[in-house]
Design a protein around this ligand. Structure first.
Ligand SMILES: [Zn+2]
Length: 370
């Protein structure tokens, strides 16, 4: 599959617009015209992962952590992130990142961790993420013209909702009476200039992503019968109740923290973890935050969670957790993110016919515990 088509498909699965503002996701380097037959998936782009990509003759490495995150000014081939990118370009290997957008989406990194803990009810993000810019378009149209206008708006990108836009052509119409009074220079589609006209109209409402706005407004002007169509554009708050950082919810039934530690060790295939608090308390509400906890501790505490599974936690957040009777299992950054990629590989292989997606075996936690 052409890289440009693949990028479009990835955008429907894991939209870049769901990423945090500090992030750098999507296509990092590559030729949009290149044919991608095999993709290697890893948490990090490392020398071992790049060597594996060459061995398997893959045309893309898809990583969780963006290969370019901090500023890179020069691409010089020495032991560094810049050196790896230099080598990837030299080997004609495209680089693609799904990071905080993969953590945020429904069914992403955090949902996989929630499944391992057994959170089955009232599952919601710990903090909502911004999901990209959308507008509500409201347009007033004579009843008999609503169908061709809707067709044109939908064809230009309006009316798509839900994950992967599984619902299309979504709109709402309510009836009423519109008035207008055109001066002598006008040529109205209905009625005559120089007097007030009354028209049975529909108020047609639909949603438009910001990127499709120019095409949708152009389609509106072309397909609407009026010389001067009346419409409102209302910016919407960019949040979705299912998209955000971390997850919190109720366990199927209350268990001790020790039981959750067993589930974690089995589910993540790890022998040890860092524990804050006691393994004795009964837990009915649990939270997960893949990777580093970042600044989410206050949100986890206010969510009512009694137990938290995360990748890594800072000393002062550990103190805050202990003060709030929150038991925390820190499993290591890499271990908390790898299961999300196992699932991603499965999902991509099911969706892609001509491109094979393989999970890296050279990808590994740089930190070992003795
Ligand atoms: Zn991470």
């Amino acid at each position: 599959m052409k890289l440009s088509r693949l990028v479009k498909l990835f955008e429907t699965f894991v939209p870049s617009s769901f990423a945090e503002s500090f992030d750098n996701v999507g296509l990092i380097c590559g030729d949009p015209g290149q044919n991608i037959r095999r993709i290697l998936v890893a948490v990090d782009l490392t020398p071992a992962v790049l060597a594996e990509a060459r061995k398997h003759r893959t045309q893309m490495v898809l990583t969780h952590h963006p290969p370019i995150f901090q500023k890179i000014s020069r691409l010089i081939n020495r032991p560094s992130q810049a050196g790896l990118i230099y080598q990837a370009i030299g080997a004609n290997i495209a680089l693609y990142a799904m990071h905080t957008n993969l953590d945020a989406i429904e069914g992403g990194t955090n949902n996989v961790l929630a499944d391992i803990l057994g959170i089955t009810a009232d599952l919601r993000p710990v903090r909502l993420s911004r999901t990209g810019s959308n507008y509500k378009l409201v347009v007033f149209v004579p009843v008999e013209s609503v169908d061709p206008l809707s067709e044109a708006l939908f064809a230009a990108g309006a009316g798509r909702i839900g994950h992967q836009h599984r619902y299309r052509e979504c709109s709402f119409a309510s009836g009423g009476v519109g008035t207008f009074h055109g001066d002598e220079s006008t040529s109205p589609a209905l009625g005559r200039p120089g007097r007030r006209e009354y028209v049975q109209e529909l108020r047609l409402e639909t949603i438009v992503p910001a990127r499709d706005l120019p095409a949708v407004l152009s389609a509106l002007r072309t397909a609407h019968p009026y010389e001067e169509p009346a419409y409102d554009l209302i910016p919407l708050e960019p949040f979705d109740d299912r998209v955000g950082m971390g997850r919190v919810g109720k366990l199927t039934r209350a268990v001790t923290a020790a039981t959750l530690l067993k589930r974690i060790k089995a589910g993540l295939a790890i022998k040890s973890l860092r524990l804050i608090g006691s393994d004795k308390p009964k837990v009915s509400i649990a939270a997960v935050v893949a990777g580093s906890l970042s600044d989410l501790m206050p949100d986890v505490i206010s969510s009512g969670a009694e137990f938290l599974l995360t990748g890594e936690i800072k000393h002062h957040d550990a103190l805050l957790a202990a003060q709030n009777n929150l038991t925390v299992a820190a499993v290591g950054h890499w271990s908390s993110e790898r299961p999300g990629l196992v699932q991603l590989v499965r999902q991509l292989n099911a969706a892609l016919k001509t491109t094979e997606v393989i999970l890296s075996t050279a990808d590994s936690d740089p930190i070992t515990i003795r």
